[in-house]
Design a protein. Structure first.
Length: 52
């Protein structure tokens, strides 16, 4: 562990800006564990087609 720490920073030297279109947004409240409750492969049919 000390060897890795002494070797220097482990973060990437090249920063790549990534952008995405926000297609759907809704207020679900603070500390709501049901917001992300499924893996991407378990989302219901049509979930990714939602927009507002």
């Amino acid at each position: 562990m000390h060897r890795f720490r002494d070797a220097g920073p482990a973060y990437p030297y090249v920063i790549i800006g990534e952008f995405a279109k926000i297609a759907f947004m809704e207020q679900r409240g603070a500390d709501n564990d049901e917001v992300i409750s499924l893996a991407p492969g378990q989302l219901p049919d049509g979930y990714l087609d939602r927009s507002n």
